[in-house]
Structure formats: structure tokens, C-alpha cells
Design a protein around this ligand. Structure first.
Ligand code: HEM
Length: 410
């Protein structure tokens, strides 16, 4: 296979963003980002009908209230989903707090953030350690294993299910999650229909659980969300279900990639693994650098609510803007030697959790899970090695991660 660096060097700038959709670009988007940052940082894409921002300074505009979720084209896009026989997905996804602007967003987010304060999350530390120890115990009986399916996936799905109080039904969540993940990447009718089927099945799955929790509230986040629904008109049943699904999805798909991409980065930069081996407590701070180096979420998007001038170009009201978080994280204007992994790097101002009003609610939890995972893995398997040179990446762009990560444990 031709190296992505060579492919990109020969690609005209016009349409270069389409390379992000190809397998080589999904596996390693950084050479594409470099050209965009250096040659056309505010890049118009007639093919995608929008703009790509790649410099740290511009991607930081994600905090700017002029970029919104529901711009002038929102109603139209929603109607298209209904026409494409994907109304259930349209209804569910538009109920995600992530798809909302203030004041609806503020109302939903305030209910959820209470459960995710650093203090509340810190209380989960010992339970997360228990889950990690159990998974590592299972791994000890293997000479080789797929670290994604045996460790990176079960850890966050178990934690988020327990936190929400919905019992771990991993195998049922897996295809639903995959359908949602694809819908974030491609707005093709069959993908939307599949996401819509998943939305219907999830609604059916969660209805009786919600009824049960209404009768017998527990000490979990789902009970807190239901209580809010009963408070009057603050949170409707559809909103409870939509945001339960969002938390379940966002709470594990991303963290799987933090662990998978992080372990791969450490295997590919052995000196950094060795530092961690000498001092596993470095993981707590090092997790920030791993988040920066190969971000689990590579991009997010908004609509311009008004005309916005940037770098001498005009982004018109209603146009779609893609914020390349992964490109910002490798901007040499902010990070020295940005393509080097350096766990000791100070002041890692990465944008991997976004920024502004939608800044990741689960960031403290993701940091805690990641820190414990890396610290425990290096302590248990100091000689960990990749067991393949043929890495298979998931065919997704927004969520950047490996399909499998075969490792030798001894
Ligand atoms: C390494 C792990 C994670 C990464 C890289 C990540 C990344 C992100 C990013 C980039 C956003 C902002 C998206 C935007 O502005 O368009 C976001 C929002 C969000 N994340 Fe995370 N996330 C992670 C883990 C989690 C976890 C563990 C949870 C839940 C327990 C979670 C729940 C959410 C929610 C609910 C939002 C929407 C917040 C809002 O709209 O106000 N995430 N995340």
C-alpha cells in the first residue's frame, strides 16, 4: 500500500478533504491535516458543502456562540430524515443535548453535569480499579489477546452502564452503537435507516427499564433523569431516552479509542512506554498527551448562525463548519514537535474534549478510566508488544480507533 504521506503530497488541495474518507486517511489523517493547516487553514469544500478549520486558533472558535447546532438548515435536514424513512433517528438525535442550543441545552446539561463533577467521578475510582483488575486477571491466562475486545471495550461499557443503572447488556449495545457511530459519519439513506432501526429498538429496550425505575428509584443517573421528568415539563420521556442513549454511546465508544489509540501510541514510541514502566503514576498526567497525540474524536461540526469572516474568507450564515480537533492538536504554533509523543509535555492544551458549552460532560470520567487503564496495564504487562504489523482501523472518521489491537502479553 502506498504511504499516506506520498498520496497526500500528490493530491491537489481542492478536494483534499475527501481523502479523509478513504481508508488511508481514516487510519492516519495527520498528513492531510498538515497540508490543510499550512496551505489552506480555512478550507472551503464545495463537495461537502461546508468549511474545514484546522489551526488550533480557528478550531478554538468552537467556543464562539456564533457557531450553533441548529442553524437555518436544521429544519430542512430534519425533514429529509423523515423522507428517508429515518424519522426515529431524526427524533432521537435531535433530542441529544449535543444537538441543542441554549436554552434547551442548558436545561438538559445542568441535570446531567451533577453526576459528572470531578468529586462524583472520583468516588468511582475504587470500582474502576476493581473492573480493571478483573479484566487484567482474565488477560493473564492468554499469551496473546485482542486488547480492544478483551480490555478497551468492556471497561468503559461496564462503568457507564453501572453509573446509569441499566445493567451491562454489552452484546445488545454493540450493534446499536455501531449504527449510531456510522450515522455520525455518513448521511446516506441506508445508514440513516439503520440508525433509525437502532433508535426504535433502543426505545423499546429502555421503556420498561424506565417504568421500573419510576416505580422503584435507585441511586443512579437514570433515576435522577426520571425524577427530573416528573418535576413537570423539565425533561420529557423522549428526552430522557435520547440522553440516556447519548450518555451510553458517548460514554464508551470514545474511551475505547482512548485506550486503544493510547496503547498503540505507546507501543510505537517504546521510550515513552519505558518511562511509564519506570513510573506508572506518570499515566495520570500522560493521559492528556495520549488524548492529544491521537484523539479518539477527530472532528465535530456546527452551523454559522451569522456571516463570519475568517482568514479573509466569508463563512455565510447557515453554512456547515467542520472543526478538525485532531488537526488543532498537532498545530506547531501551540505544540513543539507536535508529531512526537511526550508524556512529560506540560500544559497540553488539546481540544480532544471540544470546548465551550458542549465541552465533554464525561471528561473527568474518561481521564480517570484512561489513567487507571494505562497505569494498570504497564504494571501488569511491562513487556507488552504488538502481535501484528497489520492494523485494522474502524472505517469511521469522527470516532477514530482500531477494530482490533492484537498484543503479546508475555
Ligand atoms: C476519551 C473519551 C472522550 C472523548 C475524547 C470525548 C469527546 C467529546 C467531545 C469532542 C465532545 C464535544 C462535541 C461537540 O462539541 O460537538 C463531547 C461531548 C460530550 N461527551 Fe464526551 N468524550 C469522551 C468521553 C465521554 C464520556 C465517558 C461521557 C459520558 C459518561 C461523555 C459524554 C459526553 C456528552 C453527554 C457530551 C455532550 C455534551 C453537551 O452537548 O453539552 N463523553 N465529548
Amino acid at each position: 500500500m502506498q504511504a499516506i504521506e506520498e498520496i497526500i503530497a500528490d493530491t491537489p488541495l481542492d478536494g483534499i478533504e475527501m481523502r479523509l474518507m478513504q481508508p488511508e486517511g481514516r487510519a492516519n489523517p495527520y498528513p492531510i491535516y498538515r497540508r490543510l493547516r499550512e496551505e489552506d487553514p480555512v478550507h472551503e469544500s464545495p463537495m461537502m458543502g461546508g468549511w474545514f478549520l484546522s489551526r488550533h486558533e480557528d478550531v478554538s472558535l468552537i467556543r464562539d456562540g456564533r457557531f450553533v447546532q441548529r442553524g437555518p438548515g436544521f429544519e430542512e435536514a430534519f425533514a429529509q430524515l423523515a423522507d428517508a424513512d429515518a424519522a426515529a433517528w431524526g427524533k432521537m438525535s435531535s433530542g441529544f443535548m449535543l444537538s441543542m442550543d441554549p436554552p434547551d441545552h442548558t436545561r438538559l446539561r445542568s441535570l446531567v453535569t451533577k453526576a459528572f463533577t470531578p468529586r462524583a467521578v472520583e468516588a468511582l475510582r475504587s470500582r474502576i480499579r476493581e473492573i480493571v483488575d478483573e479484566l487484567i486477571g482474565n488477560l493473564r491466562s492468554h499469551g496473546e489477546a485482542d486488547l480492544i475486545s478483551e480490555f478497551a471495550y468492556p471497561l468503559p461499557i461496564t462503568v457507564i452502564c453501572e453509573l446509569l443503572g441499566v445493567g451491562s447488556d454489552r452484546e445488545r449495545f454493540r450493534p446499536w452503537s455501531a449504527a449510531i457511530g456510522k450515522a455520525l459519519d455518513y448521511d446516506m439513506p441506508d445508514v440513516m435507516r439503520e440508525a433509525s432501526r437502532a433508535a426504535e429498538e433502543m426505545t423499546e429496550y429502555f421503556m420498561p427499564i424506565i417504568d421500573e425505575r419510576r416505580r422503584r428509584p435507585g441511586d443512579d443517573l437514570l433515576s435522577a433523569l426520571i425524577a427530573a421528568e416528573e418535576d413537570g415539563d423539565r425533561l420529557t420521556r423522549d428526552e430522557v431516552i435520547a440522553n440516556l442513549v447519548l450518555l451510553l454511546f458517548a460514554g464508551h465508544e470514545t474511551t475505547v479509542n482512548l485506550i486503544g489509540n493510547g496503547v498503540l501510541a505507546l507501543m510505537s514510541n517504546r521510550d515513552q512506554w519505558d518511562h511509564l514502566r519506570e513510573d506508572p503514576s506518570l499515566a495520570r498526567h500522560g493521559v492528556e498527551e495520549l488524548l492529544r497525540y491521537d484523539s479518539p474524536v477527530q472532528l465535530t461540526s456546527r452551523n454559522a448562525s451569522v456571516d463570519i469572516e475568517l482568514d479573509g474568507k466569508c463563512i455565510n450564515a447557515g453554512q456547515h463548519v467542520i472543526f478538525l480537533l485532531g488537526a488543532a492538536n498537532h498545530d506547531p504554533a501551540v505544540f513543539s514537535n507536535p508529531d512526537d509523543l511526550d508524556l512529560g509535555r506540560s500544559d497540553v492544551r488539546h481540544l480532544s474534549f471540544g470546548g465551550g458549552i458542549h465541552f465533554c460532560v464525561g471528561a473527568p470520567l474518561a481521564r480517570l478510566e484512561g489513567g487507571i487503564a494505562f497505569e494498570s496495564l504497564v504494571a501488569a504487562f511491562p513487556d507488552l508488544h504488538l502481535a501484528t504489523q497489520e492494523l485494522v482501523w474502524r472505517q469511521m472518521l469522527v470516532l477514530h480507533g482500531l477494530q482490533e489491537l492484537p498484543v503479546a502479553l508475555k
